[in-house]
Structures are given as structure tokens and as C-alpha cells.
Ligand binder design. Structure first.
Ligand code: ZN
Length: 324
């Protein structure tokens, strides 16, 4: 990555500006180089999952595909099936980060899901997370065993997921088969619009250096009977979201979404550090009933949820399951 340092600095700056207390900005700056790298990967991987999701909407709309059940669930499944079907170690990490992204989003909502969420077009964040986990274990129970174990994902459910994954994969593949064309190439127009502000520009640069939008153009630009000219655009939208605009034939990924995921993962790193510090205290003094970690755990941002357009809420501590 060319601008690794700039992107890292931007993540920190952005995260800091997202947090309430000035003290947190200082702590954000204390992330290790390893955490920054992991954070960047997390942001990019979540962007890729979301872009695959939007590309799913694109296929449904461009090919006029029938959708039985909720389209949002269906395109989440497609995103999972395509990422898992590649049987690529890097993409397996991508999907793991995507599941974590939804878990973090869920845990960041202090008051839990609201009436709006139940009425919305999407599954609840935590359901979306577990639906991805289901696809993961369904596709490769052995590879994702550690991850599923860390979530106490029951064996009985894993058995069902093997069938659910197969069903989702075969259903999508048979639908898409009719819309595939040997050797077809589709030209997409990929644009990273200037973010218009320094903080978000860091995320634009990060996504660009990781070729996040180009990944979609490559995957869906080969073998599908799509007409040229579909746009894939990164831009500042004023909301943390991503869209498929059927009329404009355009996938839009909002830089705010990347900033939001950066804030989520940074918050998690901080909480983890506090937990570890808390554990050390306990060992040293043996009576750490006072929990000043809880006071610090308000480190948060305006966590509007992806594609729900819901009111801002103040997330609480996020506890991500440890990977491996
Ligand atoms: Zn959607």
C-alpha cells in the first residue's frame, strides 16, 4: 500500500473526531502499528463485503432476478457464497471481518434493536452476523471451527448450516448461470471521488490503495452478461451507507461507512486494552470491584446503522470475539 502511513494517520484522526471525549483521542493515538494494520484490514474487508452485497442488488436488478424472501437477506447470502466459494485464505479473512463488523455494530447499540429495526428491510445486525457465520461453517466447518467455537455456535446449528450454505450457493448459481456468458467482459467505471475533507480523504486513499472498488469491477466484470457502463463510486454522502441505484446503474460506497468501521474497531481495541488492564489490576490488588473501565467505555461515535437510516445512538463497549 502506497499511502499506508497517511491512511493510518487518517484512521486515527477520523476516529478521534468521532469520539466524544478529548481524552479518547489520546488513547486512539496509542494504537500499535499492528492494530492500525489490523484496523485497516478490517475497514477494507467490511467495505468489500458491503460492496459484494450491493453488487448482489445490482445483479437482481440488472437481470431482473426473482427473489423469494427478503432481498437483503438474499444478497447477504450471495456476498457470503461468492467470498467463500473463492476458497481463498484472504477472502476467508474478509468474511470473518464482515461477521465481526455486524457483531460490533450490534454491540455498539446500547439500547439494543429498536422498533424501527424490527420493521426495517434488513435482518437485525446480530442476525446478519450469525447468518454469515452460518454460511462460513456451512462452507468449511473445519477452517472456521475456531471462529465458530469462539462464538459458542452450536454443533446442531452447524449441521443445518451445511445444508443452508449448499442451498444458498446452488440457488444463486442456478439463477446466475442463465445470465452468464462465456468470455464476457463488462466495463465498469470506477471512481474515487475526492472526499472533500481531510479525514474522510484518508479512507478514500485507503480503499483506493486496497483497490476495493476495482475488486467488484473485476469479479462482476468477467463472465456476466451485463451491459457496460455500470458505475462504482466511492464518495462522501453525508451518511454511513452504501447503495445500488438501479436507474443510474451505480453502486455507491460512502466513505463515512469506512470511518464508521474504523471507529468500531478502534473502540474494540481500546476496550480490549481496558479489559486486559482490568485483569492485571485484579491480579495485583485482588479487589477491583470499582469498575472505572465502565466509565471509559462510553468512547463512542454517532453510530447510525448501515442501511437503516436510524437515529444516532451512543454505542457502549464492544466486545469482539477473538479471532483464532
Ligand atoms: Zn442492501
Amino acid at each position: 500500500m502506497t499511502s499506508l502511513k497517511a491512511a493510518a494517520a487518517a484512521i486515527l484522526a477520523m476516529t478521534a473526531s468521532y469520539l466524544w471525549q478529548p481524552a479518547t483521542a489520546v488513547r486512539a493515538a496509542e494504537l500499535t502499528a499492528e492494530q492500525i494494520e489490523e484496523g485497516q484490514r478490517f475497514v477494507v474487508n467490511n467495505a468489500i463485503f458491503i460492496l459484494f452485497h450491493e453488487a448482489g442488488h445490482m445483479l437482481v436488478s440488472e437481470f431482473n432476478l426473482p427473489v423469494l424472501g427478503r432481498e437483503e437477506d438474499a444478497v447477504d447470502a450471495l456476498s457470503s457464497v461468492l467470498l467463500l466459494g473463492a476458497e481463498d485464505e484472504e477472502l476467508n479473512t474478509t468474511i470473518q471481518d464482515a461477521a465481526d463488523g455486524w457483531f460490533l455494530l450490534d454491540e455498539a447499540k446500547e439500547d439494543g434493536p429498536q422498533e424501527d429495526d424490527f420493521m426495517g428491510t434488513h435482518g437485525l445486525d446480530r442476525q446478519r452476523a450469525f447468518a454469515i457465520v452460518c454460511m462460513m461453517t456451512g462452507a468449511n466447518a473445519e477452517f472456521f471451527k475456531v471462529f465458530a467455537d469462539s462464538l459458542d455456535f452450536p454443533q446442531e446449528r452447524r449441521d443445518e448450516c451445511a445444508f443452508e450454505y449448499e442451498k444458498a450457493r446452488d440457488s444463486w448459481m442456478s439463477l446466475l448461470a442463465a445470465n452468464k456468458k462465456e468470455g464476457a467482459k463488462t466495463k465498469f467505471t470506477v471512481t474515487y471521488e475526492p472526499a472533500g475533507n481531510e479525514d474522510l480523504q484518508g479512507f478514500a486513499d485507503l480503499l483506493k490503495s486496497a483497490s476495493a472498488l476495482e475488486t467488484i469491477a473485476t469479479v462482476f466484470g468477467t463472465g456476466y452478461d451485463l451491459k457496460d457502463g455500470i458505475k462504482i463510486t466511492g464518495k462522501t454522502c453525508g451518511t454511513e451507507n452504501a447503495f445500488w441505484y438501479a436507474e443510474d446503474r451505480e453502486i455507491t460506497y460512502c466513505y463515512e461507512m469506512a470511518a464508521f468501521h474504523a471507529a468500531l474497531i478502534t473502540n474494540w481495541f481500546e476496550n480490549q486494552a481496558e479489559e486486559e488492564a482490568g485483569a492485571d489490576d485484579e491480579m495485583a490488588t485482588d479487589d477491583t470491584a470499582t469498575d472505572d473501565a465502565a466509565a471509559d467505555e462510553t468512547a463512542a461515535d454517532d453510530a447510525a446503522a448501515y442501511e437503516t437510516g436510524e437515529e444516532q445512538s451512543e454505542p457502549t463497549a464492544v466486545k469482539l470475539k477473538k479471532k483464532e
